[in-house]
Design a protein around this ligand. Structure first.
Ligand code: AMP
Ligand code: ZN
Ligand code: FE
Ligand code: FE
Length: 290
C-alpha cells in the first residue's frame, strides 16, 4: 500500500475537500505523509497541520504556483516554505488578486457568449483562491455543461472562447520566490513540457531542487524516463496524485506510488537551505500581464 502523497489540494484553492476532510481521507487510505499544495495560497495549511495531529498523518506544508512560458503553463511546487512570512503572503495575495480579476473577465466573456453565469456565484464556490475549476463548477450548476472537463474543452481551456490569461510569474521567478522563503522548489508534472532537458539547468540555477516523477497517471515508461532525468540532473524525484477530489483529476488520493525517501530528501534539502541566508526576491511588475 502507498504511504506517501506529495501533491494534494483542498478547498483553500480548487480542491473539493476541506483540509480536515482531506487528512481524514488520507488516514483512511493508509497514508503516513501527505503534502498540501494549494494554488497560490497557504490558507489551508494551519487546518491541515492540526488535522494531521488529530489523525496521525504527517502533513508537509507546500504551495503550487502556476507559471507561464510561451504556449504552455508550468507549475512549480514549493515544499516547506516559511509560509508565515509577510513577504511570502504579500506575493501570494498579488497572485490571488490576479486570479480573481481574471475570473471576472472569464465570466464577462461567458456572458457575452450568452451564458448567464454570475461572478458572485463563482467567488462563492471558490471560497478562497479562485481557479478555472470554480468557473467550470458554476457552468455545471447552470447545466451549460455536464462535466468539469467539458467546461474546459468548450469554454475555458487554453484555446477556449472564454479563456483569459492572467498575471503569472515565470517558472524561474516562482523558484526564486519559493527559495526566498527557504522552501524547496520542485517542477510539477513536467512530462510533455517543450525542451524539458534543455531547460532544467536554468531551473536548477533558479533554485529548483526536485522534479515530479511519480505523478498522477503517468505510465511506467514516463516514470522511468523522468527518473533517469532526475538522476542525470541530481534532482529529488518526488510525486503524488494531484488529488482535488472526485471528478477533477483521475488519480485517487494516495493512488500513485511515491518513494518514501522523497520526504526525507525534501526535508534534508529544506534543512540545508536553512544554513544559508535566504536569497532575496522581488515581484516583477504586473505590466508583464499578457
Ligand atoms: P487555473 O489555475 O485557474 O488556471 O486552473 C487550472 C487548474 O484547472 C489546474 O490546476 C487543474 O486543476 C484544472 N484543470 C486544468 N485543465 C483541466 C481539465 N481539462 N479538466 C479538469 N480540470 C482541469
Ligand atoms: Zn488545481
Ligand atoms: Fe499543477
Ligand atoms: Fe496541483
Amino acid at each position: 500500500m502507498n504511504t506517501v502523497d506529495l501533491h494534494t489540494h483542498t478547498t483553500a484553492s480548487d480542491g473539493l475537500f476541506s483540509p480536515t476532510e482531506l487528512v481524514r481521507r488520507a488516514k483512511e487510505a493508509g497514508l503516513h505523509t501527505i503534502a498540501v499544495a494549494d494554488h497560490d495560497t497557504s490558507d489551508g495549511l494551519a487546518e491541515a497541520l492540526e488535522a494531521g495531529h488529530t489523525y496521525g498523518v504527517q502533513v508537509i506544508p507546500a504551495v503550487e504556483i502556476n507559471t507561464d512560458v510561451p504556449g504552455t503553463e508550468v507549475h512549480v511546487l514549493g515544499y516547506l516554505p516559511d509560509y508565515q512570512q509577510p513577504a511570502f503572503q504579500s506575493v501570494l495575495t498579488t497572485l490571488r488578486d490576479a486570479r480573481a480579476l481574471r475570473g471576472q473577465r472569464m465570466v464577462e466573456k461567458l456572458n457575452a457568449l450568452g451564458i448567464p453565469v454570475r461572478w458572485e456565484r463563482v467567488r462563492e464556490i471558490a471560497g478562497g483562491s479562485v481557479g478555472r475549476p470554480h468557473v467550470a463548477q458554476a457552468l455545471l450548476e447552470l447545466g451549460v455543461v455536464t462535466t468539469i472537463g467539458e467546461a474546459f474543452d468548450r469554454y475555458i481551456g487554453r484555446n477556449g472562447p472564454a479563456y483569459v490569461p492572467r498575471y503569472k510569474l515565470t517558472p524561474e521567478d516562482a523558484a526564486r520566490f519559493i527559495s526566498s522563503v527557504r522552501g524547496v522548489p520542485v517542477l510539477a508534472h513536467p512530462w510533455g513540457l517543450p525542451n524539458l532537458e534543455g531547460w532544467i539547468p536554468r531551473l536548477k540555477e533558479a533554485g529548483v531542487a526536485g522534479i515530479e516523477v511519480y505523478y498522477g497517471d503517468y505510465s511506467d515508461e514516463v516514470v522511468e524516463a523522468l527518473a533517469a532525468l532526475a538522476r542525470h540532473f541530481g534532482l529529488i524525484a518526488t510525486g503524488g496524485s494531484d488529488y482535488h477530489g472526485p471528478g477533477i483529476h483521475p488519480t485517487p488520493l494516495g493512488g500513485r506510488y511515491v518513494p518514501p525517501e522523497a520526504v526525507d530528501q525534501l526535508q534534508a534539502e529544506a534543512e540545508a537551505r536553512r544554513q544559508h541566508p535566504a536569497p532575496a526576491f522581488e515581484l516583477p511588475p504586473p505590466e508583464e500581464e499578457k
